[in-house]
Design a protein. Structure first.
Length: 283
């Protein structure tokens, strides 16, 4: 199982859309996928999860520290908390399953607990345990849009970090904060995963967008030699799909958003960052 953390310390850049759409694109190719929602806003949970708020979530698996009486609360087993988001065949004919470790309000308590303990490996320990079961081919971590202990934990536990980014000068600040976060992991653990950048909501009709994209390409270089993934074009499908609680792959399979994320998945698969079934054609 490979684990990809989707993170950017600036909100509104397509982080959750990228996480769930890539997960759906992988499931479409026959991969069994686990989505872990580490963002207390719970957007991935709202899209993929049940109608009613889940009674337990990933916070209970990570740990929330002592209760109000100071008593230790043992972490829950991930298998008791995981939810089925899409059964096999739901995303597309022959698709894999999509499961969800949902977000709940208790993620705030997990954040405080991780801050007090200084633990950088709580999420990594959960991911490692899940990997040993062989149940999934891909794990996607949807991270909070902030420099936080949960974000640091996600980076520490990931094989690869993907940073969705809109092409604006403000994005640079988010990238700088992400580099700081990765260095925290490197300093503490001695290594850190590779970071790739994913341009989102790109509208090449505008000269300013083309200029910024060219600057990004010059700064990072195209993957795999560089760190810039293929751009995702702007599309209204993201909001429309979310309103229907669908991924873009389900909502508009032939639309540009689904096509672009399939292309991103294909590039990652061609270079070994994601493993697809041998029978699945690459984008």
């Amino acid at each position: 199982m490979q684990t990809i953390a989707f993170t950017n310390q600036k909100g509104g850049v397509g982080k959750t859309t990228s996480a769930v759409t890539l997960a759906a694109a992988a499931a479409e190719r026959g991969v069994d996928v686990l989505v872990v929602d580490l963002d207390s806003q719970g957007s991935a949970t709202e899209l993929l999860g049940p109608d009613a708020p889940p009674a337990a979530g990933v916070a209970d698996v990570i740990g929330t520290g002592p209760d109000e009486r100071g008593r230790d609360v043992p972490p829950a087993r991930w298998s008791d908390v995981v939810l089925t988001a899409r059964e096999p065949g739901d995303v597309a004919p022959g698709s894999g399953r999509v499961d969800l470790l949902p977000a709940t309000d208790m993620l705030v308590a997990s954040e405080e607990h991780l801050y007090s303990t200084g633990d950088l490996w709580a999420v990594g320990a959960v991911v490692s345990g899940i990997r040993k079961t062989g149940r999934y081919g891909l794990c996607v971590l949807d991270c909070p849009p902030a420099v936080s202990r949960l974000s640091v934990n996600a980076v520490a536990g990931a094989d690869l970090v993907v940073a969705p980014a809109t092409l604006s000068s403000m994005t640079i600040r988010g990238i700088e904060r992400l580099h700081q976060l990765v260095e925290v992991v490197r300093d503490d653990l001695g290594e850190a995963p590779r970071v790739l950048y994913l341009p989102c909501a790109v509208d090449a009709r505008y000269s300013e967008t083309r200029r910024l994209l060219s600057e990004f390409e010059g700064a990072f270089g195209e993957y795999p030699g560089g760190d810039l993934l293929p751009a995702v074009r702007t599309s209204s499908a993201a909001g429309l799909a979310f309103a229907r609680r669908q991924t873009a792959v389900e909502y508009q399979p032939d639309g540009r958003l689904a096509q672009d994320y399939r292309a991103v998945l294909g590039v990652l698969a061609e270079n070994g960052a994601v493993h697809l079934p041998a029978t699945a054609p690459l984008a």
